[in-house]
Every structure is written in structure tokens, then in C-alpha cells.
Design a protein around this ligand. Sequence first.
Ligand code: FAD
Length: 499
Amino acid sequence: MSHPEPSHADNRATLNEQCRPSGYRNPDPQSRYNLVVVGSGTAGISTALGAALLGAKVALVERDMLGGSRLHSVTLPTKALVRAGRAAHALRTAEKFGVTLQPIEWNSAGVLDYVRAVQAKSAASGSLQELLDRNVDVFFGTGRFVDAQTLDVEGARLRFARAVVATGVRPAKLGIPGLAECEPLYSNTLLRQARLPDSVAILGGGPVGVELAQALTRLGVSVLLYEQRLRILPREDADVSTLLTGILRSEGVQIHQDVRSMRCVRNGNQRTIECDANGLHAVHTVEQILVTVGNTPNIEELRLDQAGVEHDPEGIRVTEQMRTTNPRIFACGDVASEHHYPHASEALARTVVGNALFFSNASVRDLNIPTAIYTDPEIARVGISAPDGIDSGLNEAHCFLSANDRARLDHSEAGFVKLVHDRRGQIKGATIVSPRASELIGEVVLAMNHRISLRDLALTVHPYPTESELLRKCGDYYRTTLLTPAALRLVKKIMDWRR
Ligand SMILES: Cc1cc2nc3c(=O)[nH]c(=O)nc-3n(C[C@H](O)[C@H](O)[C@H](O)COP(=O)(O)OP(=O)(O)OC[C@H]3O[C@@H](n4cnc5c(N)ncnc54)[C@H](O)[C@@H]3O)c2cc1C
């Protein structure tokens, strides 16, 4: 017998129970901790659990809810919205597969309930109970350094041998005239609304902006996307921007690039955006404005100077061992890294635990950290991009999705795989644009980490029909480049001789 889905209230209650139960009381501090961790996002929780697993005496300090932005405000909630958008899009385009449907219906309250349900399910990992089961002392409150070896939490003094600051970042306030009066939404407030807006102007054509633009447009929201630079996803290979711009426009997103002199005006529940974009003057009125660019590190309350920890507006300064200017204190995650991804925070946390608790001096410099953008198709990258690779004398092996049977049967032939390599076939970077790019990039990272060459990839049997065959095909392509005229002449001689 199937159980009814938990209600919105149930999910909210589960989240509170897992991440900050109302009856919880902070413990009495121990005399000294091996490790005090400030912030319980992915970076903080991975560090605390990793250290506790090794038997260290650990305290974890969180001023809000356990889990941080991954669980409560940005990563997972926005990915759930993306998934809901995919469901609507699949229904809307089902006739491509010969399937006709009744007019499809959805309501944004239902979509937001689904988002909350995913959060409630995910809250179990890194929950208060898991931390307590691992003998981590959990303190709710704002952490403030008193001196180089002591942190204050609402009056309780935590003395530490080592500490880790993992306090993350928050959306920055942009200085656009009239924007503040428009009370814009941010990536961490959009999904706390009771419903999705009817129309939205998204400021910022970066990974978050394009993901939300596509998801919201697929969920019936009228979307305008504004990007200051000449193209959306300015950090990616230009071919990626061109391809995604075409797809978003075909799905109904209005894209304004090269945006200059923007100003916003509020009229009751409506917001008007005026700017010069693509060399033209544009004026649009929408229900909401959503800001997806700009972050500010969460450091003001920490009193870092008391602990001798140097910092600047970008965040906390660290060495490649993630050590701050106070050798007892490390930093991890968004507050101290350019890689703003939970998987990066986890990887950095592993290095920090080793360097903080033992005598290792491991560096994070050579970590191959992939990125993934969850548009449809997805965009994944690791290492050097193809244009930069070519400029620095490397080579490129590439394949198009239009040549792949899995893409053909999925009706999603827009995309490519580009593997950047040296003369010996060692992979130096990759950009993948395909429906499952985020799942494919892991194989490339493995190859880079273990010096597996394109030749090895060509000899690795991949199942048919899959997108991963494209990685093998890039290997095949590389091998054909080894068949130089001289090599071909030699092979021909051998064939003539063996005939
Ligand atoms: C809109 C958006 C979408 C994203 N989508 C993705 C994605 O799809 N994939 C991906 O890989 N990454 C994504 N990211 C990035 C990802 O969310 C972050 O990289 C990651 O969650 C950062 O983890 P963190 O542990 O460094 O910080 P956080 O998760 O921000 O945790 C920091 C914690 O510290 C607490 N804190 C701060 N100051 C104090 C203090 N003084 N005392 C006590 N506690 C304190 C905060 O309350 C917070 O809980 C996204 C980011 C945004 C903004």
C-alpha cells in the first residue's frame, strides 16, 4: 500500500528536526578540542565528520541550520527546480516520441512542495543525530574568535588545538540604481516564496542564472535573462555559450547580452528594468527581479583579526595547504576557495583534515575539480578549455552528439565532447555538452588523475548506446591522428608484404 506523500508542513518539520531541533541545548564545552569547525555547510560537515571518524575531539558551530547553503538555499533546491522543469519539458515535448498527452497542468505550490520534500530527504546526511552519533559536540550560535586558540559561541569558550573556518558566502548586494527598492529575490530566497513569479528578470548569465532561466521558463514563468558580458557563460568555451543561447531562446527565454547602464523602477507589484543591451535600449516590466551574480564571504562576525587570520573582500587568505596566517587555523569551502561547489568543498575538507590533525603538508593545487551546469543539455568541464588549450600548443579531440545513437534516440543531438590533450595523448582538460555531461566528466577526471591516455580510452569498451561512447570515440580520433603519412606508408608496405 503506497503511503501518502508527506505534506509541506511535514517536510518543514523534518528539516527542522534534522537540522536544528527546537529543544536542543548546546553542550558544556570540553576543556580543549583537537578541532573546532565554524560553519556546517558541505565544507564544515565534511571536515567535522572526517576528523571525528579519526577519533579527534571535534566541536562544530553553526549560527543557522545544519547543512548550509547546499541543503537549505541553493544547490539542492535549485537542482530540484531544474528537475521539475525537465519533467514539464518532457511532457510538453512527448509528441517527439509519438506520445500525445492531455494538456499538462502543474502548480508552482506543488513544485515548491517537491523541492521541500527533496530537502527533507537529504537532510538525513549531516544531520544533528549523525553528528552526535559520531561524538561531535554541536553548538548553535555565532562563532567569534577571542584569540588565536579560542572561539566564543554565545558566551561559551571553545579552546582548540586546530580550527577550520567554513562559513561560506552569501549573495552580494549589487549597486544598480533602484534595485534595492525593488526588493529583488536572490538564489537563496527564490524558493522560499509561496509561489513562483509569473514573470522574472534574471540578472546574471552565469551557471546559476542559466539553470534557473531554463527551469523557470519550462515551468511557465516568463523569463528575461540579462548578462553584462558579451555572452552568457562567459567563462566557458564560446561554443558552449552559442549553443545554449540558441536552446534557451528556442524555449522562450529573452536574452539580453552586453548590458550597460541598467536601472530599475518599482511600481507596486511590478518592476521595470531599463538598460542598453546588444546596442539597443530595452525597457521591460516584470513581477520579480532575481539576482544570481556576486557573492560576499561570511567573515564580518568572526573577528578574524583577534585570531591573527588575514582576510580581504574576496575571503580568507590561505596557502595551498588551506592554512591561514594563523598556523593553527585552516579555512575551507566557498569562504576560502575559487571553486564554489560542494564537491570541491568535500575534496578540500579531506586535505584540511590531514593537514590539521597530522603532520602532513598536502597541497590542493593539483586537485582536478570538475564543474557542472545543470541546464539541458548539461555542461561539464575540467582542466583547460579547448580554446585555451589550443592557444597553449595542446591538441583537441572532439565528437558531436549528432553522431551518437543515444543522443538520437533521446532527441537531444545538440552538444559535443572536446578533450584537450598533449602529443602523447595525456588529457589536460575537457568540455562536455550533453544531457548527462555531469555523469560523464567523472571518467575524464579519473583519467587525468591516473594519467590514463586517450589511447587507453579508445581501448576501453563502453556500452552501446550511451553518451559515454563519445569519450571512446575521442580516443579513436586521437589514434587516427597517430597514423602519420610515414606510418601509413609503413602499414601499406606490411600489408603488401603479407598479401
Ligand atoms: C544559487 C546557487 C546554486 C548553486 N548550485 C550549485 C550546484 O548545482 N552544484 C554545485 O556544485 N555548487 C552549487 N553552488 C555552490 C554551492 O552551494 C557551494 O559551493 C557550497 O554549498 C558551499 O559550501 P560551504 O560549506 O563552503 O558554505 P555554506 O554551505 O554556505 O555553509 C556555511 C555555513 O556557515 C554558517 N556560518 C557563517 N558564519 C558563521 C559564524 N560566524 N558562526 C557560525 N556559523 C556561521 C552559515 O550559516 C552556513 O550554514 C551553488 C551556489 C549558489 C549560490
